[in-house]
Design a protein around this ligand. Structure first.
Ligand SMILES: Cc1ncc(C[n+]2csc(CCOP(=O)(O)OP(=O)(O)O)c2C)c(N)n1
Ligand SMILES: [Mg+2]
Length: 305
């Protein structure tokens, strides 16, 4: 503080405008610094996002809690640490792209977007209301910050390839992150895209598989065996990393490792629990696509305190 005291200094209005402009430019250069949360704070944020998911789906009376809850740490690590974003400028050309290929988990993305400042948190209460900007599945024409309309499984990785190739052509250094479900990996299009990503040496592309072992009808192992999943991605030419998908530090290290991999795309296989954080939803296929009742909602919110 100067000897004349805080606030006593006369400001040159021109210099102040320049400073402001410089501040705006530098935020744009590295807007990802904005949240700067500690691991503990990120863990609290993941819990907060889970509470939003329960409240949104409970209020709407329909939706997919299981696959939203399993992805809470993945989405938190991305939106509050990894992604280079500017919520004030959602179409910023240099932004990293996050694609929610498993579009039924829209509530966890909406919760993160709201907490990151893309739209007011109050807006979350309008999930699935006709005409709301928050529809049951992702709609890129309706929601600020949503990069791809999704819900028909299997398409997000192909979409991500297009954006990653465009980034290369335009000499932009943004990175592309695609979150898929493990049941979604039953789709043939995923493996066609996996082959193409490696062929094009897309080291600016990261796929994350939310490996919660469950899909709509039950366990993956009963519906369509996926294992050995990491070996399959490696055989398709990918760098594969396996993590505990509820450990933020492991997720962040994996995303950092992916940035160093050259000449091939990276897949992060995140071992998770469907319904994580709510005892009666965990590993319970019933809550793949079912809203909690009012009593269940209250119990879930109590557990997520
Ligand atoms: C092409 C397509 N087929 C079927 C469905 C119906 N469906 C919605 S969610 C789902 C299961 C997805 O399981 P998974 O990818 O493991 O998601 P998560 O466990 O993370 O919820 C299915 C089959 C769909 N949305 N799209
Ligand atoms: Mg699954």
């Amino acid at each position: 503080m100067s000897s004349s005291g805080r606030g006593a200094k006369k400001e040159n209005p021109e210099a102040s405008a320049d400073n402001k402009a410089e501040a705006i430019v530098s935020t744009r250069r590295n807007p990802s610094l904005a949240p700067s949360l500690s691991l503990d704070e990120m863990s609290s944020m993941a819990k907060k996002l889970r509470r939003h998911v329960i409240t949104m789906i409970g209020k709407a009376g329909s939706g997919h809690p299981g696959g939203s809850l399993s992805a809470a740490e993945i989405v938190t690590a991305l939106f509050f640490k990894i992604l280079r974003l500017d919520p004030a400028n959602p179409r910023w050309a240099e932004r990293d792209r996050f694609i929610l290929s498993k579009g039924h988990a829209a509530p966890i993305l909406y919760a993160a977007l709201a907490e990151r400042g893309y739209f007011p948190v109050e807006e979350l209460a309008t999930l699935r209301i006709l005409g709301s900007c928050l529809q049951g599945h992702c709609d890129m024409t309706a929601t600020r910050g949503v990069e791809m309309s999704s819900g028909s499984l299997g398409q997000g990785l192909s979409f991500g390839i297009g954006i990653a190739l465009a980034g290369r052509l335009d000499a932009r250094d943004y990175r592309v992150y695609v979150l898929m479900g493990d049941g979604e990996c039953d789709e043939g299009q995923v493996w066609e895209a996996a082959m193409a990503s490696a062929h094009f040496k897309l080291d600016n592309l990261v796929a994350i598989v939310d490996h919660n072992e469950l899909q709509i009808d039950g366990w993956n192992r009963d519906v369509m065996s996926l294992e050995p999943l990491a070996e399959k991605w490696k055989a398709f030419g990918w760098h594969a990393i396996e993590v505990n998908g509820h450990e933020l530090s492991q997720l962040i290290s994996a995303f950092d490792e992916a940035k160093l991999v050259k000449g091939k795309p990276t897949v992060i296989i995140a071992h998770t629990i469907k319904g994580k954080g709510v005892s009666f939803m965990e590993n319970n296929v019933d809550f793949h696509g079912k809203a909690p009742t009012l009593a269940e909602m209250e119990k879930a919110l109590e557990e997520l305190k």
